[in-house]
Design a protein around this ligand. Structure first.
Ligand code: URA
Length: 241
């Protein structure tokens, strides 16, 4: 599903795009006879191969899909960045060849926010999901510091002033007098939900993203765990209705 062009490309480039080996390691692997293409020992690193070919390194199939889409269940304490700064990054949770595939977090969750985060190396698609014009829905489970009253729920749903910015209408599922619920927003302003609750005299004590662009967080994923999106999920994400 992932590649629509499927033009033949150099074998060493395809091997390196899998993250398993660097370009120079790919050349050495071919020279040492460790690589096969459709069951035949590869002749040269320059050999032109399509991504649909059965490429194997040491007999193990190589994933040459150009783009990866990963669902991660972000734990607290990790920053959504590609560089270390204020603590470990979500990329530190990746293992194996995925580390070298140029993945980045599509959007940001605060360091203390947990839950669904999409990682990809498909910059154009990520740009579309994150565009404010697309109004992609993000749903969060929250706990707040003080009981919610009717006026606060109505204000959060209508839109509140978060320092000169009026938030777009949100949807809340919460009981009057309760201190937890679900909120769906279509924007992604910095600390948006925390600032919305501050604006109604409350505060967020726990925040978990449970749905992004119609994709629910997989309940089988432990915190810190991740998995590839299925083709159906990728289609849903790339072509939202
Ligand atoms: N809103 C916040 O305040 N923090 C997040 O991490 C996400 C949404």
């Amino acid at each position: 599903m992932q590649d629509c062009t499927n033009r033949p490309e150099r074998l060493d480039k395809l091997l390196a795009s899998s993250g398993l080996v660097s370009r120079s390691e790919a050349k050495t692997a071919v020279a040492r006879g460790r690589v096969t293409v459709d069951g035949i020992s590869a002749r040269s690193p320059e050999q032109k191969v399509t991504r649909g070919a059965d490429i194997r390194l040491d007999g193990i199939p190589v994933d040459t899909s150009p783009f990866l889409y990963i669902m991660l269940n972000k734990p607290a304490g990790y920053v959504c960045s590609t560089e270390d700064g204020d603590g470990p990054t979500v990329l530190d949770l990746l293992a194996g060849p995925d580390i070298r595939r140029g993945l980045f977090p599509a959007g940001r969750l605060d360091k203390d926010t947990v839950g669904l985060l999409i990682l990809t190396n498909d910059g154009a698609s990520a740009h579309r999901w994150l565009s404010p014009k697309r109004h992609v829905e993000k749903r969060y489970f929250f706990r707040c510091a003080r009981p919610l009253d009717e006026a606060a729920i109505a204000a959060l749903e209508r839109g509140v002033d978060i320092g000169g910015l009026l938030t777009k209408p949100a949807h809340l599922t919460a009981e009057i007098g309760g201190t937890e619920g679900k909120i769906t927003i279509t924007e992604g302003k910095f600390h948006q939900i925390k600032r919305m609750f501050t604006a109604v005299g409350n505060g967020i004590t726990f925040l978990e993203r449970i749905c992004f662009a119609g994709l629910p967080l997989d309940p089988a994923l432990p915190r810190g765990g991740y998995r590839r999106l299925t083709d159906t999920e990728i289609r849903k994400l790339i072509n939202p209705k």
